[in-house]
Design a protein around this ligand. Structure first.
Ligand code: ATP
Length: 239
């Protein structure tokens, strides 16, 4: 297996008194695309927030590129080269497409400039002067990815990119993720649609009630029909 780029060890995270993450451990190797799967409320977003320093874990460690970044504030984590495409896209709705990208560009310099992003996503260029609150869901997802790209991350955390999007747009979004992986970016991908994520992932973890209950090679998990049915919400329990 490739060297661990991101290594999360025994994270325990609480919201108030609610113990949400229980000893969550996972790794992502350099250039690897790892899927984090699980039903609604399993703890996937909380895991990402804990890695990013948006929610501070009570115990456990996060190492990135050999450095212990546990407890670091999110702005420092992002400066190290960890990008985030949050669920629901969260952008400055009153700012235009271009302004959203200009704000994000103040991060790390590298191959992805606003011009290059516009070349790759010409639709966004056409919409550069539109307020992002007026974009469609698919256009907003593209902008959320573009915004992460212009900060030139070496690792991306992507939360539910397919949510609420039409199949053709989902295909486009996944094509970009695959291109990023091909360019060497490590990706941790949270997805409700397990089959979709497993098609592009190298490895996968499954969470349930705040715990990692499965980890393995994506192609093997794809063949585990009982698990897939559970993850896709078609059956109560995997046997
Ligand atoms: P989803 O796909 O619905 O986002 P998820 O797997 O990402 O699910 P989380 O969002 O991490 O799950 O939520 C894990 C648990 O933590 C859930 O029980 C949720 O209700 C709870 N939770 C999430 N955010 C908060 C919060 N800010 N305060 C209290 N409880 C929260």
């Amino acid at each position: 297996m490739s060297e661990s780029f991101l290594a999360v060890d025994n994270l325990n995270t609480f919201y108030g008194k609610s113990h949400i993450l229980h000893d969550v451990s996972l790794t992502v190797g350099k250039g690897e695309l790892v899927a984090l799967l699980g039903l609604n409320g399993a703890g996937k977003t909380t895991t990402m927030r804990s890695i990013l320093g948006l929610t501070r874990p009570r115990a456990g460690t996060v190492k990135f590129s050999g450095r212990d970044i546990s407890g670091w504030p999110s702005y420092r984590v992002s400066r190290l080269g960890v990008g985030y495409v949050p669920e629901g896209r969260r952008m400055f709705k009153e700012l235009t497409v271009l302004e959203n990208l200009q704000i994000a560009e103040t991060g790390r310099k590298g191959a992805w400039t606003i011009d290059r992003v516009f070349q790759r996503l010409p639709k966004l260029q056409e919409l550069r002067a539109r307020k992002s609150g007026r974009l469609s869901g698919g256009e907003q997802e593209m902008l959320a990815i573009a915004r992460a790209l212009v900060a030139n991350p070496t690792m991306m955390l992507v939360d539910e990119p397919s949510q609420g999007l039409a199949p053709l747009i989902v295909e486009e979004v996944y094509k970009i993720l695959e291109e990023m992986k091909a360019a060497g970016t490590s990706i941790l991908l949270v997805e409700q649609n397990a089959l979709l994520a497993l098609k592009v992932a190298d490895r996968a973890y499954v969470m349930d009630e705040g715990r990692i209950v499965y980890s393995g090679v994506a192609s093997e998990l794809e063949r585990d029909r009982a698990m897939i049915r559970t993850l896709m919400g078609l059956q109560e329990a995997a046997s």
